[in-house]
Structure formats: structure tokens, C-alpha cells
Design a protein around this ligand. Sequence first.
Ligand code: XMP
Length: 327
Amino acid sequence: MAELRRPDNMQRITTPELARAFIDEQIAALRAQIGDRKVLLALSGGVDSSVVAALLIKAVGQQLTCVHVNHGLLRKGEPEQVIEVFRNQMKANLIYIDAVDRFLDKLAGVSDPETKRKIIGNEFIEVFAEEARKLDGVSLLAQGTIWPDILESEGGIKAHHNAGGLPDDLNFELVEPVRILFKDEVRVVGSELGLPDGMVYRQPFPGPGLGVRCVGAITRDRLEAVRESDAILREEFAKNGLAGKVWQYFTIVPDFRTTGIRDGQRSYDWPVVIRAVNTRDAMSATVEDVPFALLQHITDRITHEVAGVNRVLYDLTPKPTGTIEWE
Ligand code: XMP
């Protein structure tokens, strides 16, 4: 297929009407490309892959197979939301793979951040490839590539191409229906396709997920502390009007313990670090001025509701000098 480029004069998709026109056009184009063939999609639940899934369900229905890999590093409630939205509501053909033990066993004892990233990325490809080989007659692979991915890979900033990592025996033709869209346009299209706001307007979430927020070698108990504290932070930000305002917010659990007191006894537990930042392009970032009373309330909830945590800190560091993630 010819490499489709965004026309220089293309109107930005900012309204439901423009989104509807794009959707109608893409459905026709997808039907023309796919015909009666079968398509495979790795569905993470992120904005881009979710919008691609919703478009393909409308265009070719059961010819699409979605694979959702739970690597154990997703946020609380995410795998459940993917199943609810795509299998239960949109009636998609969805294969859910519980690969939690597989990933966590591979990551056990590994503390170097880049090695952790590589293990997570490689294992993901392996799990996905195994699943792809089990399916008969699938010749197409859909991807949530968006226009900035193309620009960044051309500019040498980022090695893009999810398909690039797949083994040679899996020789798919690519289907990239949101390839010419910017992120804000993908969101408008997603809303028009009926995806829930929580999925369409969610904050950025890195591929290695909570794995890079459970600093050092990942242990299951500390990973649960990251997941539970993150869920509390998200709930409180949503309740207090910060969810749509702050660009990215999450918690980190370092791999050391500190002394505290619980029920009159000495405790020796982990600290939780809160990070909440604003940025335009993630190259630099400023720290959100979260009201002190809210920080105190979140601290109270995390220290009382999350097992193994006795202390909460707020990261006051802009980027630079700190990166947004801790690893
Ligand atoms: P840093 O930590 O480099 O993060 O200031 C900038 C933005 O990139 C996200 N990030 C990642 N995204 N895979 C991803 O898909 C990664 O390995 C990764 N590392 C960082 C980070 O969440 C922030 O939005």
C-alpha cells in the first residue's frame, strides 16, 4: 500500500461533524483495503488502539480479532474496562491474555530501567506473536500509528513501528486508519465513535506501565502499592476537578523502606511519591500546584488504605532536572 501522508492543507478535526465525515471516509477505505480478509489488533486500551478497534468494528465487525495482553503492569481497572467496552458493549472478537505471571517472573530481580523496558517490550512481542500464530488466515495487522509517530520516526527522534519487532514469519500487511491524525483529533474521533470519556481523554501512560514506577527490581507487593496508590490519586484528582487539567499524574514507590509508627508500634514500610506535571510536548515540564489540603487528604488515604506504605512525598522537581518518570 502507498504510504499515506497527511495533506498540508488538511482541516484539523475539531468538531463532531468533521469526526463523522472522517469516520465515514475511513470505514469505506477500510472495507476497500480489507475486503473479506481477517485483521489482528493489539488492543492496549490506550486512546490510539481503542479508536482503531472501534473504527474496525464498525467497518468489518467480526473480521477483526483484538488481542489484549495483560502484562500485570496496567493500572487498576484497565483490563476490566477493555473487556467491558469492547467485548460486552461493542461485541468485538476479543482475546484476553493473562500474562501477568510470565512478565513478572521474567522481571524478577531485574533492577536496571532500560533492561526492564527491553524485557517488557520483547515479552510483549513474544506473547502477541504466539497468539497471532494460533489464528488461521489472518493476513492484516492494524496499528494505532498516529501522525506525530511518523514525523518523529522520520526525524530520527524515536524508533517507531510496533510491527517492526514482530518475527519474520509473521508477515502482515498494515492497516493504519488514524495514521494522518494528531492526538487531539484521535480523541474527537474516539468520542464520536462512542468510546467512554475515561478512555478517550485519559492521560499519557507509558508502554512499560507501572513497571517503571515500581523503582528497581519489581516485587508483587510493591507493585500492588503502586497500583493502589495510583488508583487513589486518580480518584481524588477526578473528584477535585484536576483530572482534565493536569497533564500527567501518578505515584511511584521506591525500593527502600523508612521508619514509621502504626497502632503504637514501629513500622518499617515504603514511601509513596506523588508526581503531577504539566507540559506541552513532554520535553520539559512544570509541577502542578496541588492544593495543600488535597495533598494532605490524599496522604491520609494512601497511608491508611495501601498496604505496606507509611509515608507520602510530593515531587517538586520540574523537568529538567527530573524526568517525568522516575526511571
Ligand atoms: P520522561 O520520563 O522521559 O517522560 O520525562 C516523557 C513522557 O514519555 C513517557 N514515557 C514513556 N512512554 N514508553 C512509553 O511509551 C516508555 O518507555 C516511556 N518512558 C517515559 C512518560 O510517561 C512521559 O509522558
